[in-house]
Design a protein around this ligand. Structure first.
Ligand code: FPP
Length: 249
């Protein structure tokens, strides 16, 4: 007879096969709110609270990097009201709550094109990154006005400029040169990518970095996502065979 694995203990995570880096597409805030007859912004607020819990859960599990998709280059197309509400939540967390993470030894890092964000948000990002840059516990990368294609476009621009100004020969543009020109330079690629809410798409997230990532699609809406579901995703990852294009011996 098959019994659902009810508790995290039953997932029996192997400490030697823990991923170093998990990336998450936090999807389903809007549906979570609609199901409760609440405005969409209430879903985003609940989503931010879920994120806070997942950050601590990831740290307890010993992850080194957690990257979350908070606002994409495409999200500007939402209503002015919704964009404003998401920006207000980000503002609040950046200016107040993230300091608590820093006290708990967490480094905060933002990826994406910050230049389109309001100046006070850009200043708050700069402040929290500087304040937390020596923290060793875990790094949280928040993707803000982020798009994988836009990140590649910006990286290609930087490399082209290096070539045009004679610092780099075109023949020397290796995969490492591209990796190091991305917003994620210095961060290992995610071994595991999670998307919530039952959708099975990448939506322009970390296109270069997920070349060999495993994927876990959860039916949970993001505000309901918890430590147990994170452990389930890791359990699933640990029990897959990773071949990197090669053959298992
Ligand atoms: C996707 O759900 C979620 C977003 C576009 C916003 C995610 C933002 C947060 C969780 C807040 C982040 C906060 C901090 C502090 C970084 P959706 O609105 O697309 O949901 P739906 O598909 O059900 O409509």
């Amino acid at each position: 007879m098959f019994f659902a694995k009810e508790t995290a203990e039953e997932y029996q995570l192997n400490p030697e096969k823990m991923p170093k880096h998990i990336a998450i597409i936090m999807d389903g805030n809007g549906r979570w709110a609609t199901k409760r007859s609440l405005p969409r912004k209430a879903g985003h607020k609940a989503g931010a609270e879920a994120l806070e819990k997942i950050i601590y859960a990831a740290k307890e599990l010993g992850l080194e990097h957690l990257t979350v998709y908070a606002f994409s280059t495409e999200n500007w197309k939402r209503s002015e009201e919704e964009v404003g509400a998401i920006m207000d939540i980000l503002r609040f967390y950046l200016k107040n709550y993230f300091k608590k993470f820093v006290k708990d030894d967490i480094r905060m890092h933002v990826i994406g094109d910050k230049t389109r964000l309001d100046q006070d948000i850009q200043d708050a990002i700069e402040e929290i990154e500087a304040l937390s840059k020596e923290k060793q516990g875990m790094t949280v990368h928040i993707a803000l006005n982020y798009g994988g294609r836009d990140e590649l476009r910006r990286a290609v621009g930087k490399i082209a400029q290096d070539v045009a100004e004679g610092r780099l020969a075109a023949a020397d543009v290796t995969e490492d040169v591209i990796t190091n020109a991305l917003d994620t330079a210095g961060t290992p690629d995610p071994e595991l990518m999670i998307r919530t809410s039952g959708e099975e798409r990448i939506s322009n997230f970390l296109l270069w970095q997920i070349a060999y990532s495993e994927f876990y699609f959860s039916d949970m809406l993001w505000p309901d996502f918890d430590k147990k579901e994170l452990e389930k995703a890791i359990y699933y990852y640990q029990n897959r065979e990773r071949r990197f294009g090669g053959r298992l011996k």
